[in-house]
Design a protein around this ligand. Sequence first.
Ligand SMILES: Nc1ncnc2c1ncn2[C@@H]1O[C@H](COP(=O)(O)OP(=O)(O)O)[C@@H](O)[C@H]1O
Ligand SMILES: [Mg+2]
Length: 345
Amino acid sequence: MDEKQIREALQTVLHPKLKKSLIDTGMIRNISIDDNAVKLTLALKSDRSPLKEILIHEIEKVVGELPEISSVQIEFTTLNREEIGRLFPKPPLKGIEKVKHFLAVASGKGGVGKTTIAVNVALALVKQGYKVGLLDADVYGPSVPVMLDISEALYQDDNMIMPKEKYGLQIMSLGMTVEQNEAFIWRGPLVSKVIHQLLDQVQWGELDYLVIDLPPGTGDPSITIAQAIPHCSILMITTPQEIALADVRRAIGLFNKLGQPIVGLVENMSYFLCSNCTEPIEIFGHGGGVRLSQETGLPLLGTIPIDLELRQSGDDGVPIMVSATNSLAGLVFQTIAQKISDAMQ
Ligand SMILES: Nc1ncnc2c1ncn2[C@@H]1O[C@H](COP(=O)(O)OP(=O)(O)O)[C@@H](O)[C@H]1O
Ligand SMILES: [Mg+2]
């Protein structure tokens, strides 16, 4: 008996769901024979796969029936993410079928201006003539409804949820489905499910860009989006402080690991230009964005000053790209959007 004969015998053991042999799927590994005792590894989707017992039984039966074989020992391992994606491709998500480009706005931590930038960059893309949607995927603190002053609840049509249109944007936020002040406490699997629904069951329609406001950090939502939309580009927001960079580096590391393209960096709250000063005041330090750009090779697409009008516009629910399109901050958003659309053609 040699490995080849064992492989041939195992060709007959099919994966019940995939209807393919375990050998052809690559789920059987490391076959070894020592003194008529066979050892092999079975790779499954998860440790608790309900198919485990059935497959053990089948493998033991087929290999055990071969002449001279005295025993079969099976070890387990789990398939990696790439293998799972290849063997078990997910059906396309209905709601986003007609979306051309995806841009997720991410940050290392909260309060760095992620939502402000997601909203205004989305509006700057509208100004360029694109059809744009904005998905508030910050399930822990959806603030898009406040920044765009949307209080209406959503309605359903044909079992699909219709996004709300405002300022030429198609908008969807969990903040539009529940009381705005209600606290959100989501557990991992639930977060994944909700984000899937926001992509699958919302009628996004034909869009050039779907801008996604991610929650801060590297938690479940970022991973869910990466798995659901592998070609989603990331726009990474940072602030100038060295201390903030550690979190941003970690987030960049995660997106790199997931194979997610990062379109560039934006540094927010870069400096303060007071009306009586001649020099900009660098409240949060200096050069974080530039340093990170040099270190990672990612382009720095823009630096946004600390701007009272920008803060006010967020609180008032009228974004600066609507109220003061050609203000300093407005022009920076337009430049960032231009660079993004150039890069994502
Ligand atoms: N460049 C800026 N200048 C002034 N205020 C800003 C600036 N960027 C963001 N803010 C304000 O900071 C707060 C946090 O911004 P937000 O966009 O909600 O951050 P995040 O989504 O990362 O938590 C908001 O009140 C927002 O208006
Ligand atoms: Mg936010």
